[in-house]
Design a protein around this ligand. Sequence first.
Ligand SMILES: Cc1cc2nc3c(=O)[nH]c(=O)nc-3n(C[C@H](O)[C@H](O)[C@H](O)COP(=O)(O)OP(=O)(O)OC[C@H]3O[C@@H](n4cnc5c(N)ncnc54)[C@H](O)[C@@H]3O)c2cc1C
Length: 408
Amino acid sequence: MSGSRVVIVGAGHAGGTAAALLRQYGYEGAITLIGDEPIPPYQRPPLSKAWLKGEADADSLALKPIEFYAEAGIDFRPSVTVTALDRGAKTVALSDGASLVYDHLILATGARAIALPIEGKDLAGILFLRTAADAEALKAQVGPGKTLVVVGGGYIGLEVAASGRALGAAVTVVEREARLLARVACEQLSDFFQARHEAEGVGFVLGATVTGFEGADGRVSGVRLDDGRLLACDAVVVGVGAAPNDELAKSAGLECARGVVVDLDARSVTDPAVFAIGDVACRPMPIYDRMFRMESVPNALEQAKQAASAITGRPRPAGECPWQWSDQYDVKLQIAGYAFEVDQIITRGDPASGRFALFHLQGDRVQAVEAINSPPEFMMGKTLILNRTPVDKAKLANPSISMKEVAA
Ligand SMILES: Cc1cc2nc3c(=O)[nH]c(=O)nc-3n(C[C@H](O)[C@H](O)[C@H](O)COP(=O)(O)OP(=O)(O)OC[C@H]3O[C@@H](n4cnc5c(N)ncnc54)[C@H](O)[C@@H]3O)c2cc1C
């Protein structure tokens, strides 16, 4: 394989990991890692948490120190965008005018924050949170005496709200649905987080749609709601979800379904020379017998492993249980699995104690677990989900019976 070349488009968590794994797995050909951001691959989760609070810097976010890439023989090209893909010629065109031939192409272009197409959307002070540059811009806007409106009560919006409060800003979250986390969590968890944030002084406006932004001297000064109310503010963070960066794939004729459709090796179902990994991929998840796109670090790592294994001829890695986490104040939420077609939710532990877990069941199988400050429930829950192990519901609901015994 020494005369071959892998080109990786997107130097984020998935792309950076795939480059390192290819070398670790013994790939001897050329590896080119192209990213449109100016810095080497870094972790995004701290952007809404430690970074915003000034507890992390660029070095601590980096997946690997910059020297790693040259030492590992990885041709890392920052601040360069891949502008076109020609699958027939097996080439990609770059924004600096260069063109590269590949044997294998890995699309790791991630996702981007969705903007609101409403009046005033281009005013200064309306911010998103996807990149380190976004986080830096936001950090300058939050602090004592500042008023922040967060549009969207999902995980990123709530993490920003928690960090904003920690920095002394007044924070109001506006959510279109009647409850927080409506798309991703059950009602009990929504209520828990709402109460926790209210105790920290966060204000909520639920069931309200933002219809426009008002400004003064080109800068946002208020958020207009559909009931006519105007929320005065110094800055706005829009956290209403992300869309996959799959335009390159679509224009090259690769099958996409809100993400590039891939198989269990992370290989495009249209072209065996092309892989797609991380937030941009729509992938099979055999434990749920369906295809979907995930936005999480564990997913980016798992798919980087799949692609690097397939390219280097290693056996396909064992399937993993999907998981993710969110940190807000002293609350560590760990989520395993997805709550598809659930007919019962079992609460283990007392929510008032701040330590409990919600098990989402289909019959006697665990589909998902949301564990609040409860690592054993999360860890064992992952195993139960992955192995499709039937559980005794009475034991599961009884926190005095250990999770080890529940799983036995
Ligand atoms: C604020 C925030 C908090 C998060 N918190 C958590 C968390 O707590 N837990 C968790 O599991 N996950 C979390 N996530 C999600 C997690 O960070 C993502 O799932 C992960 O980064 C996905 O990795 P990726 O490589 O697919 O995409 P990304 O990390 O987004 O990397 C894609 C890269 O490709 C670049 N790119 C796109 N198109 C091109 C092109 N044409 N040419 C060159 N470069 C291109 C992009 O600019 C980007 O740099 C969080 C995300 C954000 C934004």
